[in-house]
Write a protein that binds this ligand. Structure first.
Ligand SMILES: [Zn+2]
Length: 292
Protein backbone atom coordinates (compact mmCIF):
# COMPACT_ATOMS: atom_id res chain seq x y z
CA UNK A 1 0.00 0.00 0.00
CA UNK A 2 1.43 3.33 -0.98
CA UNK A 3 -0.13 6.70 -0.59
CA UNK A 4 1.09 10.24 -0.29
CA UNK A 5 0.15 12.57 2.49
CA UNK A 6 -1.60 15.60 0.99
CA UNK A 7 0.62 18.58 1.60
CA UNK A 8 -2.48 20.72 2.00
CA UNK A 9 -3.41 18.87 5.17
CA UNK A 10 -0.05 19.73 6.67
CA UNK A 11 0.01 23.27 5.41
CA UNK A 12 -3.34 23.83 7.06
CA UNK A 13 -1.91 22.92 10.42
CA UNK A 14 -0.09 26.04 11.48
CA UNK A 15 2.13 25.35 14.43
CA UNK A 16 3.80 27.82 16.70
CA UNK A 17 7.35 26.60 17.15
CA UNK A 18 8.81 27.44 20.49
CA UNK A 19 12.36 27.47 21.70
CA UNK A 20 11.05 25.39 24.55
CA UNK A 21 10.85 22.71 22.02
CA UNK A 22 7.37 21.68 21.13
CA UNK A 23 4.82 22.33 18.52
CA UNK A 24 1.63 22.12 20.51
CA UNK A 25 -0.16 20.84 17.43
CA UNK A 26 -2.96 18.40 17.57
CA UNK A 27 -2.48 15.28 15.54
CA UNK A 28 -2.98 15.68 11.83
CA UNK A 29 -5.24 13.20 10.15
CA UNK A 30 -4.92 11.72 6.73
CA UNK A 31 -3.69 8.73 4.85
CA UNK A 32 -0.55 7.06 6.01
CA UNK A 33 2.73 7.96 4.36
CA UNK A 34 4.60 4.82 3.48
CA UNK A 35 8.13 4.08 2.51
CA UNK A 36 9.66 1.32 0.49
CA UNK A 37 11.71 0.27 3.49
CA UNK A 38 8.64 -1.27 5.03
CA UNK A 39 8.91 -4.06 2.53
CA UNK A 40 12.03 -5.08 4.42
CA UNK A 41 10.35 -4.87 7.78
CA UNK A 42 11.07 -7.58 10.29
CA UNK A 43 8.33 -8.62 12.70
CA UNK A 44 7.71 -6.71 15.88
CA UNK A 45 8.98 -9.25 18.39
CA UNK A 46 9.92 -7.52 21.61
CA UNK A 47 13.59 -6.59 21.69
CA UNK A 48 15.35 -5.65 24.90
CA UNK A 49 17.78 -3.33 23.14
CA UNK A 50 17.56 -1.48 19.87
CA UNK A 51 19.46 -3.13 17.09
CA UNK A 52 19.30 -2.36 13.39
CA UNK A 53 17.00 -4.88 11.77
CA UNK A 54 17.25 -3.48 8.28
CA UNK A 55 20.36 -5.02 6.86
CA UNK A 56 22.04 -2.33 4.83
CA UNK A 57 24.74 -3.53 2.50
CA UNK A 58 28.29 -2.59 3.51
CA UNK A 59 29.62 0.28 1.43
CA UNK A 60 32.94 1.78 0.52
CA UNK A 61 34.23 5.12 1.76
CA UNK A 62 33.54 6.53 -1.69
CA UNK A 63 29.93 5.38 -1.56
CA UNK A 64 29.54 6.89 1.90
CA UNK A 65 30.99 10.17 0.68
CA UNK A 66 28.61 10.13 -2.29
CA UNK A 67 25.63 9.68 0.06
CA UNK A 68 26.65 12.79 2.01
CA UNK A 69 27.17 14.76 -1.21
CA UNK A 70 23.72 13.76 -2.43
CA UNK A 71 22.12 15.45 0.58
CA UNK A 72 24.42 18.49 0.62
CA UNK A 73 26.08 17.51 3.88
CA UNK A 74 29.86 17.60 4.48
CA UNK A 75 31.32 14.19 5.17
CA UNK A 76 31.12 13.59 8.92
CA UNK A 77 33.55 11.27 10.65
CA UNK A 78 32.10 7.96 11.70
CA UNK A 79 31.15 8.09 15.36
CA UNK A 80 33.93 7.32 17.85
CA UNK A 81 33.80 4.05 19.74
CA UNK A 82 31.37 4.54 22.64
CA UNK A 83 32.48 3.87 26.22
CA UNK A 84 32.47 0.27 27.41
CA UNK A 85 30.35 1.36 30.37
CA UNK A 86 27.53 3.85 29.90
CA UNK A 87 28.58 7.20 31.34
CA UNK A 88 25.12 8.24 32.53
CA UNK A 89 23.66 6.00 35.19
CA UNK A 90 21.26 6.13 38.13
CA UNK A 91 22.60 7.96 41.14
CA UNK A 92 21.05 8.13 44.59
CA UNK A 93 18.15 6.01 43.43
CA UNK A 94 16.76 8.79 41.22
CA UNK A 95 16.55 9.01 37.47
CA UNK A 96 19.36 11.19 36.12
CA UNK A 97 18.33 14.37 34.29
CA UNK A 98 20.71 15.25 31.48
CA UNK A 99 21.11 17.84 28.74
CA UNK A 100 24.53 16.60 27.72
CA UNK A 101 26.59 13.46 28.17
CA UNK A 102 29.96 13.51 29.94
CA UNK A 103 32.57 12.78 27.29
CA UNK A 104 35.68 14.36 25.83
CA UNK A 105 34.88 13.09 22.33
CA UNK A 106 33.86 15.70 19.76
CA UNK A 107 30.46 14.14 19.38
CA UNK A 108 26.92 15.48 19.71
CA UNK A 109 23.60 13.64 19.83
CA UNK A 110 20.58 14.33 17.63
CA UNK A 111 17.05 14.13 18.95
CA UNK A 112 13.88 14.62 16.88
CA UNK A 113 10.68 15.29 18.82
CA UNK A 114 6.90 15.01 18.69
CA UNK A 115 6.42 13.25 15.33
CA UNK A 116 4.00 15.67 13.67
CA UNK A 117 5.63 15.63 10.21
CA UNK A 118 6.00 12.33 8.42
CA UNK A 119 8.17 13.15 5.43
CA UNK A 120 9.25 10.11 3.36
CA UNK A 121 12.26 12.09 2.12
CA UNK A 122 13.58 12.21 5.68
CA UNK A 123 13.51 8.41 5.83
CA UNK A 124 15.51 8.28 2.59
CA UNK A 125 18.00 10.85 3.89
CA UNK A 126 18.67 9.07 7.16
CA UNK A 127 18.86 5.71 5.40
CA UNK A 128 21.52 7.16 3.10
CA UNK A 129 23.50 8.99 5.77
CA UNK A 130 23.25 6.21 8.40
CA UNK A 131 23.68 8.75 11.20
CA UNK A 132 22.11 7.79 14.52
CA UNK A 133 19.37 9.86 16.16
CA UNK A 134 16.78 9.49 18.88
CA UNK A 135 13.03 10.05 18.42
CA UNK A 136 10.94 11.36 21.34
CA UNK A 137 7.41 10.67 20.18
CA UNK A 138 3.97 11.74 21.45
CA UNK A 139 1.06 9.41 20.79
CA UNK A 140 -1.35 12.17 19.75
CA UNK A 141 1.08 13.23 16.99
CA UNK A 142 1.92 9.79 15.64
CA UNK A 143 -1.22 7.70 16.01
CA UNK A 144 -2.47 8.53 12.52
CA UNK A 145 0.57 6.72 11.12
CA UNK A 146 2.68 4.71 13.55
CA UNK A 147 4.18 2.91 10.57
CA UNK A 148 6.10 5.98 9.39
CA UNK A 149 8.55 5.61 12.27
CA UNK A 150 9.06 1.86 11.87
CA UNK A 151 11.78 1.98 9.20
CA UNK A 152 13.56 4.76 11.10
CA UNK A 153 13.47 2.56 14.19
CA UNK A 154 14.63 -0.47 12.24
CA UNK A 155 17.70 1.44 11.11
CA UNK A 156 18.70 1.28 14.80
CA UNK A 157 17.31 4.63 15.92
CA UNK A 158 15.47 4.48 19.24
CA UNK A 159 11.85 5.45 19.73
CA UNK A 160 11.60 7.11 23.13
CA UNK A 161 8.85 8.49 25.38
CA UNK A 162 7.40 12.01 25.02
CA UNK A 163 3.98 11.35 26.68
CA UNK A 164 0.57 10.45 25.28
CA UNK A 165 -0.82 13.97 24.73
CA UNK A 166 2.05 16.44 25.22
CA UNK A 167 0.78 18.33 28.29
CA UNK A 168 2.63 20.67 30.62
CA UNK A 169 3.22 18.01 33.27
CA UNK A 170 3.57 20.61 36.02
CA UNK A 171 -0.18 21.14 35.78
CA UNK A 172 -1.00 17.45 36.22
CA UNK A 173 -1.52 15.36 39.35
CA UNK A 174 0.97 12.57 40.06
CA UNK A 175 -1.62 10.02 38.87
CA UNK A 176 -2.19 11.94 35.64
CA UNK A 177 1.55 12.18 35.08
CA UNK A 178 1.90 8.42 35.51
CA UNK A 179 -0.91 7.91 33.01
CA UNK A 180 0.80 10.18 30.45
CA UNK A 181 4.21 8.58 30.78
CA UNK A 182 3.43 4.94 31.59
CA UNK A 183 0.62 4.94 29.02
CA UNK A 184 3.08 6.00 26.34
CA UNK A 185 5.62 3.39 27.53
CA UNK A 186 3.01 0.71 26.88
CA UNK A 187 1.82 2.25 23.61
CA UNK A 188 5.31 2.53 22.11
CA UNK A 189 6.26 -0.94 23.31
CA UNK A 190 3.20 -2.36 21.56
CA UNK A 191 3.88 -0.46 18.32
CA UNK A 192 7.65 -0.77 18.00
CA UNK A 193 8.52 -3.87 20.01
CA UNK A 194 11.03 -2.17 22.31
CA UNK A 195 10.33 -0.59 25.68
CA UNK A 196 11.60 2.99 25.70
CA UNK A 197 14.58 3.69 27.94
CA UNK A 198 14.53 7.48 27.85
CA UNK A 199 11.89 10.11 28.66
CA UNK A 200 11.66 13.73 27.60
CA UNK A 201 9.00 15.91 29.25
CA UNK A 202 7.11 18.20 26.85
CA UNK A 203 8.54 21.75 26.82
CA UNK A 204 11.40 20.44 28.98
CA UNK A 205 9.41 21.19 32.14
CA UNK A 206 8.75 18.77 34.97
CA UNK A 207 8.46 18.31 38.72
CA UNK A 208 9.88 15.88 41.27
CA UNK A 209 6.66 13.90 40.79
CA UNK A 210 7.48 13.60 37.07
CA UNK A 211 10.77 11.90 37.79
CA UNK A 212 9.10 9.53 40.22
CA UNK A 213 6.32 8.81 37.72
CA UNK A 214 8.77 8.07 34.92
CA UNK A 215 10.74 5.80 37.19
CA UNK A 216 7.60 3.91 38.22
CA UNK A 217 6.72 2.95 34.63
CA UNK A 218 9.56 0.50 34.21
CA UNK A 219 12.34 0.71 31.65
CA UNK A 220 13.17 4.41 31.79
CA UNK A 221 16.84 5.11 32.57
CA UNK A 222 17.04 8.90 32.28
CA UNK A 223 15.15 12.15 31.74
CA UNK A 224 16.68 13.75 28.65
CA UNK A 225 16.66 17.51 28.05
CA UNK A 226 18.87 19.35 25.53
CA UNK A 227 21.37 22.18 25.10
CA UNK A 228 20.99 23.34 21.50
CA UNK A 229 17.76 23.80 19.54
CA UNK A 230 17.50 23.52 15.76
CA UNK A 231 15.20 26.20 14.42
CA UNK A 232 14.20 26.60 10.77
CA UNK A 233 17.52 27.86 9.43
CA UNK A 234 19.89 27.97 12.36
CA UNK A 235 20.99 26.35 15.57
CA UNK A 236 20.18 28.23 18.77
CA UNK A 237 22.95 27.80 21.34
CA UNK A 238 22.63 28.34 25.08
CA UNK A 239 23.66 31.70 26.46
CA UNK A 240 27.35 31.85 27.25
CA UNK A 241 28.29 29.05 24.88
CA UNK A 242 29.79 31.39 22.30
CA UNK A 243 27.68 29.52 19.74
CA UNK A 244 29.92 26.48 20.14
CA UNK A 245 28.93 22.90 20.66
CA UNK A 246 30.55 21.16 23.61
CA UNK A 247 31.49 17.48 23.65
CA UNK A 248 28.43 15.38 24.45
CA UNK A 249 25.78 18.04 23.80
CA UNK A 250 22.25 16.86 23.09
CA UNK A 251 20.58 18.77 20.24
CA UNK A 252 16.82 19.20 19.94
CA UNK A 253 15.12 19.13 16.54
CA UNK A 254 11.56 18.32 15.48
CA UNK A 255 9.77 16.36 12.80
CA UNK A 256 8.56 19.64 11.31
CA UNK A 257 5.85 20.03 8.68
CA UNK A 258 6.17 22.49 5.78
CA UNK A 259 3.79 24.79 7.66
CA UNK A 260 5.96 24.66 10.77
CA UNK A 261 8.94 25.44 8.57
CA UNK A 262 6.99 28.37 7.15
CA UNK A 263 7.61 27.03 3.68
CA UNK A 264 11.22 28.17 3.90
CA UNK A 265 12.80 24.75 4.17
CA UNK A 266 11.89 21.11 4.13
CA UNK A 267 12.62 18.71 6.96
CA UNK A 268 15.60 17.33 5.04
CA UNK A 269 16.93 20.81 4.29
CA UNK A 270 16.58 21.75 7.96
CA UNK A 271 18.45 18.59 8.91
CA UNK A 272 21.19 19.35 6.37
CA UNK A 273 21.66 22.83 7.85
CA UNK A 274 22.05 21.29 11.30
CA UNK A 275 24.55 18.70 10.06
CA UNK A 276 26.54 21.38 8.23
CA UNK A 277 26.91 23.33 11.48
CA UNK A 278 27.99 20.18 13.32
CA UNK A 279 30.58 19.50 10.61
CA UNK A 280 31.75 23.13 10.53
CA UNK A 281 32.61 22.94 14.22
CA UNK A 282 34.53 19.70 13.76
CA UNK A 283 32.01 17.46 15.47
CA UNK A 284 30.28 14.27 14.46
CA UNK A 285 27.12 12.46 15.58
CA UNK A 286 26.99 9.66 18.15
CA UNK A 287 24.26 7.35 19.37
CA UNK A 288 22.81 8.64 22.63
CA UNK A 289 21.72 5.20 23.82
CA UNK A 290 25.36 4.03 23.74
CA UNK A 291 26.14 6.55 26.49
CA UNK A 292 22.92 6.66 28.54
ZN1 LIG B 1 7.48 18.11 22.28
Amino acid sequence: MRSTRPTAVLVALIGLLLLTGCSGLSSPSGPAARTGLQAERVGAATRSTVRPVIHLAPRTAAQRAAAFRKWGVPLLRTAPRPPAMKTVRMSGGELPVISHVPTTQKVVFLTFDDGVAKDPQFVRMMTDLRLPFTMFLTDDFIKDDYGYFTPLSELGNSVENHTLTHPDLRLKTPAEQRQEICGQQDRLTAEYGTRPGLFRPPYGVFTAETRAAAQSCGGIRAVVLWRETMMIKSVVFPRGSGRHFRPGDIVLAHFRTPAQLKGEETLTQMTAILLREIARQGYTVGRLEDYV
